[in-house]
Design a protein around this ligand. Structure first.
Ligand code: NI
Length: 206
């Protein structure tokens, strides 16, 4: 793995590593990210501007007044992403009408393959109200950094396009003003999410 420090180590090295640094090198290791989240060492969340699965530009401000469930992943993810997205969809159903005041967001960490069109085929599999978001590699990286998400491309074959994406898979809960409330670890059940989310919905809006 190429660290950011290595990317900046020298001009010669920079030339050698530049493509990987620009597109693939993680800013921080998964362990660092974990540490930040576990101990609340840094703020989580912030502004983003991305394209939704219908092709419209969406920002965090569009979702003020609703709780946000924010999940980063990618559509080719074989295991963790679909499981967690399914749990998010089930939690919304279990919340019933209250679920309408929760906006689930799926932000792709694989924007090169996850076009808006591709997301449009994927997100309805989990919930009709799930919004898929993608964008430029830069825009996605900015959002991921704000949410303390680790992701990195990992080649799995000889072809340039054969890769998977390693990523942390926390489900972030944000309040009606877009402030961070906390995270659900990967594998959290729908019932557990409902238990945590429901009391938040009965709090009076500020
Ligand atoms: Ni995944």
């Amino acid at each position: 793995m190429i660290s950011r420090a290595a990317c900046r180590a020298g001009f010669g090295l920079w030339l050698l590593l530049a493509p990987a640094c620009a597109a693939d090198a993680p800013a921080r290791s998964p362990a660092e990210i974990m540490d930040i989240l576990m101990w609340n060492r840094e703020p989580v969340g912030g502004p983003f501007e991305l394209t939704d699965h219908t092709g419209h530009v969406r920002t965090d401000r569009d979702f003020r007044g609703q709780l946000m469930l924010v999940y980063f992943g990618f559509t080719y993810c074989p295991d963790i992403c679909p499981t967690d997205l399914q749990a998010i969809g089930q939690a919304l159903d279990k919340l019933g009408r209250d679920g309408e005041r929760v906006q689930p967001l799926f932000i792709s960490v694989d924007p090169e393959r996850d076009t808006a069109q591709h997301l449009a085929e994927y997100v309805p599999l989990f919930h009709p109200r799930l919004i898929g978001l993608t964008g430029s590699v830069d825009a996605v990286r900015k959002a991921a950094e704000a949410y303390k998400v680790y992701f990195a491309k990992v080649p799995i074959g000889k072809e340039a396009g054969d890769y998977t994406v390693d990523h942390t898979a926390f489900i972030y809960l944000m309040d009606r003003d877009g402030n961070y409330l906390g995270f659900f670890p990967p594998g959290t059940t729908a019932d557990r999410m409902v238990e945590i989310i429901r009391p938040r919905l009965t709090e009076p809006a500020r």
